[in-house]
Write a protein that binds this ligand. Structure first.
Ligand SMILES: [Zn+2]
Length: 191
């Protein structure tokens, strides 16, 4: 059975379990958004942003932007702020992030890309990123060593975008994977 078969099977079970009338079909403007890592170990219930109920009912209207490392996607920010009503954003980075791994394992990453990609594509990518590839790829990925320093930088980056109003409040937090605690690195109300 392929994963696609599993998805369809799980979807059948889901349809049977939910109350279709409880599904969120109306789009709701909401002031809070979370920018966090794509890492599945980051549990958003730790920040009071729980998933859906098993009946299909939505528990939180917060917009969630999940990317590598928890760096905001600009397109999501533009629509989030100017259409979905975001007024306040929490950037949640975390310990043991793959973005730090990319930093420490940059040579492995480059080796894997070289093996996995057709030489022409690999060359095209190198042209896109620039040389020296090692340094440029770290820069391109926004790979970092320390999540606390990275979250501070990301908060500053978001606030500096020309499409971000000065009134947007941006917090910088770090989630500890081993204890489940959230540390405030940047308190957006104070900066
Ligand atoms: Zn991560």
């Amino acid at each position: 059975m392929t994963w696609l078969d599993t998805i369809l099977e799980e979807n059948k079970k889901f349809i049977e379990a939910i109350d279709a009338d409880a599904l969120p079909t109306q789009r709701q403007p909401y002031p809070y958004g979370v920018v966090t890592c794509m890492d599945p170990r980051v549990n958003l219930a730790a920040a009071g942003v729980p998933p859906f109920r098993s009946t299909g009912e939505i528990q939180s209207q917060a917009r969630i932007i999940r990317t590598l490392g928890g760096m905001a996607d600009k397109r999501s920010l533009v629509v989030g702020i100017h259409l979905a009503g975001l007024k306040e954003i929490a950037v949640i980075m975390h310990t043991d992030c793959g973005c730090s791994l990319a930093y420490s394992k940059i040579d492995t990453l480059i080796g894997n890309m070289e093996t996995n990609l057709h030489p022409e594509k690999w060359q095209e990518f190198k042209n896109l990123v620039g040389t020296p590839i090692r340094e440029k790829l770290i820069e391109w990925l926004h790979a970092f060593e320390d999540p606390r320093a990275a979250v501070k930088e990301e908060v500053e980056a978001i606030k500096s975008y020309p499409f971000v109003p000065e009134t947007l409040i941006v917090h910088g937090l770090v989630y500890d994977l081993s204890s489940g605690t959230i540390e405030i690195v940047v308190n957006g109300y104070e900066s």
